[in-house]
Design a protein. Sequence first.
Length: 473
Amino acid sequence: MVTSSLHQFFANTAYLHPAVPPPSTDGRVVVVDLCNYLEKIEREYATQQYVDIDAPLYIRIQIGKATCSALIDCGATRNYINQDFMARAGLGPRKSQPTHVTLADGHTQKLVDQCVDSVPVYFAPLACKAVSFNILDTKFNVILGMSWLQSVDHPVNFYRRTIHVRDRRGELVSCTVPLPHPSMACHVVSAASIRQSIRRNDIKEMGICFLHALPPGDQPKTETSDPRIIELLDSYENVFQAPAGVVPDRPIRHGNTLEDGVVPPHECIYHMGEEELQVHRAQLDNLLAKGWIRPSCSPYGAPVLFVRKKNKDLRLCIDYWKLKTQTIKNTGPLPRIDYLLERLGGAKYLSKPDLKSGYHQIEIQPRDWYKNAFKTRRALDEHLEHLHALLERLCIAKYKANRDKCEFAQQAQSLGHYIMPQGIRPLADKVQTIQDWPDLKCTTDVRSFLRLASYDMRFVKGFQRIAAPLSRL
């Protein structure tokens, strides 16, 4: 955040010029050359940058129950492991193979007479490879050399400092350990301390830097790498398949018990934008294809709306608020959050299951199906997509149309508006009615006029600003 802001700040120095000191009676105020001061800040920032081009490259691996950061060394011809990490991983020397090791200075030689072959190494939850190591006492737990790097199953990019391994599904998974980039030295001071320093004349120079606060990104998903858990999840692969078809019979079925004497509420369809309409059509087609919804003639009909997810996708929601007000509530207490958190205290392994499309996996009693109906625009203005299909339906149903009154054009008048490919605009006589509206004499007249004018507010730019004086009345 600091880096991008400073670079953008420095990029604008071409448009700056030395400040001309204005006449001032205060001898303590000093006007400096802003360009020179920015150059000084840039030099100071350069000394605090973390140069990672020569930093070691590590990847996270797991052998048995032990994990470590393995060093990637393209100058090593073999793979090495030290004895301390072997003990933690539960490994022992399996083979004697004397090997001379020449170190980086080109003179010192060591004799390695022990090694381990075909050690299962987990680079990712689903990526396990057999690697052979020579046993060498170094400060690194594991060193992966050219005997491992030359494989095509894990491409390495030293420029971008990335390493990928191929898992059992054939997909490339990143396993690089990110470098700990320290932040710039930054001392946070309060306004009171600055005020006191100015009074004591303790400040020699003062600079201002404008920062842009970025929203925190989504945290990456935490995945287990324990081979036992991976094996257990693989054995229940059918549990993680996407649901399809109707909900199977279960011992418990949910229902909606209504209060006595209530009538189905009347609710209007919510307005949707063009993006929401496209997503709306696609999701309805998907739900119909899966058999999770079906056409209904129910007296109930809740409106639908869209809510943004964290990833900015649109989630289809059904507003059952009015149905909820007519439902007899279940007085069973909900579990307290603090009690649940206390039960998790001290747990080393946590499981957080999540149902895929969980709302559609809840079984409703058949007698209450009609209460959960919802209404959409599709039932009103999207009966058929093509004129040919429309005429075919009329022919099958043996309806007779008046051809003289039918309109087939690129624009038409409907419901008091001109409908055109370029957009929608109100009819001229409707606009004239508003223009010829009689003078307003009381508060009731103002309210009536605002209600009429607000109907076409989307056609008037800055309508809220124009109507603000009338709204205040």
